[in-house]
Design a binder for this molecule. Structure first.
Ligand SMILES: [Zn+2]
Length: 121
């Protein structure tokens, strides 16, 4: 059954309202028949991402958090991290670059997750 077509729900308690009801029969709050179901369905169905999971995955391996967020930048971050780790065994500069990638990936994963959760993406 489709949600939000003919049926509308109380914004306060969530009880299903009669088609022409002006007040909720459960809690008495005024019914908003002008926008039936729209707010409920669009807001609750927006995919949300776990910010902590994105951060932890980024710490585990830079780029993993981005893959979790469906951000293709993750592949680039993973590949460059691995290259820098391998080179970092012999050289100092790649090791420093890895730390920069690491910090950037962690911060950017959190920012991206926030953007997704606030509906900007
Ligand atoms: Zn109600």
């Amino acid at each position: 059954m489709e949600v939000g077509k003919e049926r509308s729900f109380c914004v306060n308690c969530g009880a299903e309202l009669e088609p022409n009801a002006h007040f909720c029969h459960q809690c008495g709050v005024a019914a908003e028949n002008e926008k039936p179901g729209q707010i409920l369905s669009s807001d609750n169905r927006r995919p949300t991402k776990n910010v902590v999971a994105a951060l932890l995955l980024s710490i585990l391996l830079p780029g993993l958090g981005h893959l979790y967020l469906n951000d293709d930048k993750g592949y680039l971050l993973i590949v460059s991290s691995i290259i820098m780790i391998i080179l970092g065994v012999f050289l100092l500069v790649p090791l420093l670059l890895f730390y920069i990638i690491f910090l950037y990936a962690a911060l950017d994963a959190v920012r991206t997750a926030d953007r997704i959760n606030s509906g900007q993406e």
